[in-house]
Design a protein around this ligand. Structure first.
Ligand code: NPQ
Ligand code: MG
Length: 368
């Protein structure tokens, strides 16, 4: 399989409702799609960067720039493409994991489609469907939060994650527990909004029996998380801090977390994501699949990953309708609180040309 060229497509999709986290409020999801053309057919990859570098240092314009200037030329210099040569071909360039992940996914999709193998089968997925969790943004007040959670539970979501920040933590969790009971699987995500000085405050969450608290401290504060872990009963899960299998192994060895959120974009692709699954499984540590407000394309790949045996907790793999009125692929829908794992060749879904055209902002073609 030889590369022919890559289309970089910018799209903008309105969210069904504003999504507020400790780093800001999003009303539109702007993202970058890659369509790789090869001598054996095309493949798609979705770059999960945000418009602004507020979740991590990456952002969409930087991803497009590094792809154009560095990553695509390095890929095009390869005489043959396969899923194992992409990361080594890009390794000379530091960081930019989300951009690399998108390119590796496009190669994987093309390679698997050409061979009529599904991504799930190739990864080693053992489940036909995966339980769906939902991430609930910070709201203006508690009644609005309870309405939102009630709606998601009615839809069938099997796990609720509340976004928290200082001033929106103990009371929202208490309110959800009081209203919906101790039986619902519940967790929180701080997106780095606290410091170790908040340990006593965060320990007040212990009484609510949460599955985990996700990334309370700065992404670089791995030792702080280890210290915090000794002061909380609530298990700590890392998201932003885990950027590779090596950093996952280090965090586990230090006792900084006892659960890992796996986001393929954050760690440079699905091969590295699977290594994190493997290293966590070797430690007996549960993993779950995070979400970056993907379209159906990225969601399909995430659902395939979440079907690996070590993904023992529900992920942020929600239905398309959680974020988008109209997805660009056939939508992912909840059936009994689960999403079906795509079984068609490659990612198993494709953008619908008319729907894609509606959300396209710009499009550029780079020939090999
Ligand atoms: C997390 N995701 O686990 C992220 C962060 C996040 C589903 O909670 C636009 C694009 C808005 C990506 C908001 C979830 C976003 C985004 C939050 C990612 O930390
Ligand atoms: Mg998170």
């Amino acid at each position: 399989m030889k590369p022919v060229g890559v289309e970089l497509r910018r799209i903008a999709m309105p969210l069904v409702s504003p999504f507020r986290t400790s780093f800001g409020t999003q009303t539109t999801r702007e993202l970058l799609l890659l369509r790789l053309e090869t001598t054996e057919g095309e493949g798609w990859g979705e770059c999960v960067t945000m418009t602004d570098p507020v979740y991590s240092s990456e952002y969409t314009e930087a991803a497009a720039d590094v792809l154009r200037r560095h990553l695509l030329p390095a890929l095009f210099a390869q005489p043959h493409l396969d899923p194992w040569t992409v990361a080594p071909a890009l390794a000379a360039f530091k960081g930019h994991r989300m951009a690399k992940a998108a390119l590796e996914t496009a190669v994987l999709d093309a390679w698997l489609r050409a061979r009529s193998i599904s991504f799930a089968e190739w990864l080693g997925a053992t489940a036909d469907r995966v339980p769906a969790g939902v991430s609930v943004g910070i709201m203006d007040d508690i009644p609005a939060l309870l309405d939102a959670v009630e709606g998601y539970l009615a839809e069938g979501y099997l796990r609720i994650k509340l976004k928290i920040e200082p001033g929106w933590d103990i009371e929202p969790v208490r309110a959800v527990r009081e209203r919906f009971g101790d039986g619902i699987p519940l967790q929180v995500d701080a997106n780095t909004a606290y410091t170790v000085a908040d340990a006593q405050h965060l320990a007040r969450l212990d009484e609510f029996g949460l599955l985990l608290i996700e990334q309370p401290l700065d992404e670089e504060d791995v030792r702080g998380h280890a210290r915090l872990a000794r002061q909380l009963r609530t298990p700590i899960c890392l998201d932003e801090s885990i950027v590779s299998a090596r950093s996952a192994a280090d965090a586990l060895a230090l006792g900084a977390c006892s659960v890992v959120n796996v986001k393929p974009g954050r760690v440079g692709g699905y091969l590295e994501a699977r290594r994190i699954h493997d290293v966590s499984a070797a430690h007996g540590v549960p993993v779950w699949c995070g979400g970056m407000l993907e379209t159906g394309l990225g969601r399909a790949a995430n659902v395939a990953l979440a079907a690996l045996p070590g993904f023992t907790l529900p992920g942020d793999t929600s239905a398309s309708g959680r974020y988008y009125r109209t997805d660009i692929t056939e939508p992912f829908v909840l059936r009994d609180g689960h999403l079906d794992v795509p079984r068609g060749p490659g990612l198993g879904v494709s953008p619908v040309p008319e729907l894609l055209a509606e959300v396209t902002v710009s499009n550029e073609w780079t020939a090999r």
